[in-house]
Design a protein around this ligand. Structure first.
Ligand SMILES: Cc1ncc(COP(=O)(O)O)c(C=O)c1O
Ligand SMILES: [Zn+2]
Length: 417
């Protein structure tokens, strides 16, 4: 069976099926479409992965690009899975791991969906790509567009971090700063797609775009020797990442590569936590947050496109959605840096702070295997760390030993011969 017959778009609700075209919602019921693969016709041997390419394209049978020549490659994926024993000791988990996606080419997990979306844009014959973004997706799309020789335009809320803007500009994309929230920029993006025909990768190519993110689940299966972890904690904004990770585990289970799907936990910042609030209230309808207020700007989406489906997924896997405060996020960033040598942006702090809470409350048993998805690098938000009062600020001294001894007075005995 060729890829074209094996891969379809299928309505998430009524299951109507469509060819792989640029459509995102079902004609019949207006629900979102997902890419579905005819798994019955597919046999994958675990050993085949030993000799495959070392990037997300090792999973090409389960990605929606029909012609390999369209794949744009920046070396995305196969990020380290590290045992976090020091952090685990501190938060009370005996088997804690970090999936360190800060080490992707543009320093966040967004390289995964962007690499698939820009490849799909090439397959559709586009010459321009765009996205609406809180910063990380924009950098990832811009870098991939540069490699693919496409023009790139980014719609972003006006208050994203300056480091993220520098990064996007360095890849040659144009940033259009929207005076409003992410949701305002998202509404404008949808209008631009209708009126100007733009390919906004996370709007008009959303079914394809999200496929890249499920490679995190595939990698975890491989990295744990085909014995998936008990729990995975995931920072949530629109909800696309959490849903994609779930689909990844389900697809590997349906292919008999693993036996079970982990419990999935969403993590949000209190200042923008519509999904955590709905989970707590036990309802399935979200109340959008009009004015998000948190240091975790990359996940500040008040009206998450996949919010309802995140609730469904965490309930189905016996997980939950936790909210954590800005001070807990900042403390987690510092703790992760000091205990494990990993510097993260606030979204990473959100996952770690949520892990601490879930273990403390006994929702996650201490001896379970638990993975925190660390999705963005601290170098994208370096300013924040300077607001943490427990850190020693750099002191400037004259270049002589007397000044150094003076500075070290009363400090650790290890500093003195
Ligand atoms: C660093 C980081 N982590 C997690 C997320 C959440 O992604 P999603 O919108 O797929 O829920 C984002 C989204 O922008 C992000 O930038
Ligand atoms: Zn439908």
């Amino acid at each position: 069976m060729g890829s074209e017959e094996r891969i379809r778009l299928v309505c998430r609700e009524c299951k109507e099926s469509y060819p792989l075209e640029r459509i995102t919602i079902c004609d019949q019921c207006l629900a979102p479409l997902d890419v579905e693969y005819e798994l019955g016709s597919l046999t994958i041997a675990k050993t085949s992965y030993e000799s495959r390419v070392k990037s997300i394209w090792r999973y090409s049978e389960l990605l929606p690009i029909l012609d390999r020549r369209h794949c744009v490659e920046l070396g995305v994926g196969l990020t380290p899975l590290v045992r976090a024993s020091n952090l685990g000791d501190s938060i009370g988990s005996s088997k804690l791991y970090l999936k360190n996606d800060t080490l992707n080419p543009t320093l966040s997990f967004k390289d995964r969906p962007a690499e698939v979306a820009v490849s799909k844009a090439l397959e559709f014959g586009d010459r321009v790509v765009s996205c609406v973004s809180t910063g990380n997706l924009a950098a990832a799309v811009a870098a991939h567009a540069a490699k693919a020789k496409l023009e790139a335009y980014v719609l972003a809320p006006f208050d994203i971090e300056p480091e993220k803007i520098s990064q996007i500009l360095a890849y040659g994309a144009e940033v259009i700063s929207v005076s409003g929230t992410y949701d305002d920029a998202n509404r404008l993006a949808t209008l631009a797609s209708y009126e100007l025909g733009w390919n906004i990768v996370n709007v008009t190519s959303r079914p394809y775009y999200v496929e890249g993110s499920k490679t995190i689940a595939f990698e975890l299966c491989e990295q744990f020797g085909w014995n998936p972890p008990d729990n995975v904690i995931i920072p949530v904004a629109s909800g696309a990442l959490l849903r994609a990770i779930h689909r990844g585990f389900e697809q590997f289970r349906d292919l008999d590569l693993i036996d079970s799907v982990p419990r999935l936990f969403g993590a949000q910042a209190e200042g923008c936590s519509p999904i955590a609030a709905a989970f707590k209230e036990g309802v399935s309808t979200l109340r959008p947050v009009e004015a998000p207020k948190t240091i975790a700007k990359s996940i500040a989406i008040g009206d998450p496109a996949d919010g309802r489906y995140v609730l469904e997924t965490v309930r189905q896997t016996s997980g939950s959605v936790e909210a954590v405060s800005d001070s807990e996020i900042l403390a987690a960033i510092v703790e992760l840096g000091r205990s494990e040598g990993v510097f993260v942006e606030p979204a990473g702090g959100v996952a770690v702070a949520a892990a601490r809470k879930l273990i403390h409350k006994g929702i996650i048993p201490k001896d379970d295997t638990t993975v925190c998805c660390i999705t963005g690098n601290g170098l994208k938000t370096p300013e924040l760390i300077l607001h943490e009062p427990s850190l020693t600020r750099p002191a400037t001294i004259s270049p002589d030993l007397g000044a150094l001894k003076e500075l070290l007075k009363g400090r650790s005995p290890l500093l003195h011969a």
